[in-house]
Design a protein around this ligand. Structure first.
Ligand code: G1P
Length: 297
């Protein structure tokens, strides 16, 4: 039995410039899919995988995230007075136990690897998860829970992996794999955002990781890599060089890249269609829209 993974890091320091002007005054992680912020999906997935401590790596202007996970006494009292129990239950999913959530600031935008390293003192000497809230994954068994299950067998480091079209591969961390055992890929090498034509495969890292504390050690010595940033991919790749196992798990589920407008809109539609109370109306509307669009062509 491997040591239980109970801590997760949520890197949320990014500026979200792709969603300006909206993200001028709200963190991109508060953008909603239907009525729930992106960060709520990430937290729910972490909880379903047994995570008990939630570490946010933030930056200036992310205060709304702290408020979101805090109790809201005035609102709660008002809803209680009106007997709105269902809404109170909805709010309850946003509440965190005292001490279960921590915020650390990344003072300089030096990259994902640096963001994770900023949380090193809160992680200490145990395995931990990293969840990138931009990557939203709809799955029967949540992606991180799939990974935790697989990790109980493999130990070491594990990254979520997915095949992406060749023309998109240079936007990702990419795996060099040697074999496949079911949906597990032992990783032989990893490269962050390879130049087109140099990629070792089209198997990309998606934003879910289970990492050993060795990766934090590596990060303290990792030099700037792709894009002039300290890359998490490079620090994980050092594990392979050191002879320790890194596995890619090809997860079951549908991943949406909510860091891009197209992916975010696709997720919005998919999550709305999954809601009983919205499905019929939205489907009718979409049919009409498509018909009108065709007629106009
Ligand atoms: C980050 C990681 C990259 C990974 C991707 C998944 O890149 O650095 O390895 O493939 O997330 O979404 P970013 O999207 O922050 O450029």
């Amino acid at each position: 039995m491997k040591r239980k993974v109970t801590k997760a890091i949520f890197p949320v320091a990014g500026l979200g410039t792709r969603f300006l002007p909206a993200t001028k005054s709200i963190p991109k992680e508060i953008l909603t899919l239907v009525d729930r912020p992106l960060i709520q999906y990430a937290i729910d997935e972490a909880r379903a995988a047994g995570i008990e401590e939630f570490i946010f790596v933030t930056s200036r202007g992310k205060g709304a995230l702290e408020d979101y996970f805090d109790h809201s006494p005035v609102l709660e009292a008002e809803l209680a007075a009106k007997g709105k129990q269902k809404l109170l239950d909805v709010l309850d999913t946003t509440n965190m136990d005292s001490g279960a959530i921590a915020y650390i600031r990344q003072h300089k935008a030096l990259g994902l690897g640096h963001a994770v390293w900023c949380a090193r003192k809160l992680i200490g000497d145990e395995p931990f998860a990293v969840i990138l809230p931009d990557d939203v994954i709809a799955a029967e068994k949540p992606c991180l829970a799939q990974m935790v299950e697989a990790y109980q067998e493999t130990g070491g480091c594990m990254v979520a992996a997915m095949e992406v079209p060749r023309d998109k591969v240079s936007s990702y961390g990419v795996l060099n794999i040697e074999a496949q055992f079911g949906n597990l890929y032992p990783v032989r090498g990893m490269v962050e955002k390879p130049k087109a034509g140099t990629e070792p495969s089209n198997l990309a890292v998606i934003g879910r990781y289970i990492l050993t504390p060795d990766v934090l050690e590596n990060l303290s010595q990792t030099e700037k890599g792709a894009g002039g940033e300290i890359q998490l991919t490079d620090a994980i790749a050092q594990e392979i060089v050191a002879g320790r196992p890194v596995n890619g798990l090809r997860f079951d589920g549908q991943r949406y890249d909510c860091g891009s407008k197209a992916g975010y809109l696709q997720a919005t539609i998919a999550f709305a269609l999954a809601r009983d109370e919205l499905r019929d109306e939205l489907r009718d509307f979409m049919h009409e829209l498509v018909a009108m669009d065709k007629a106009a062509q």
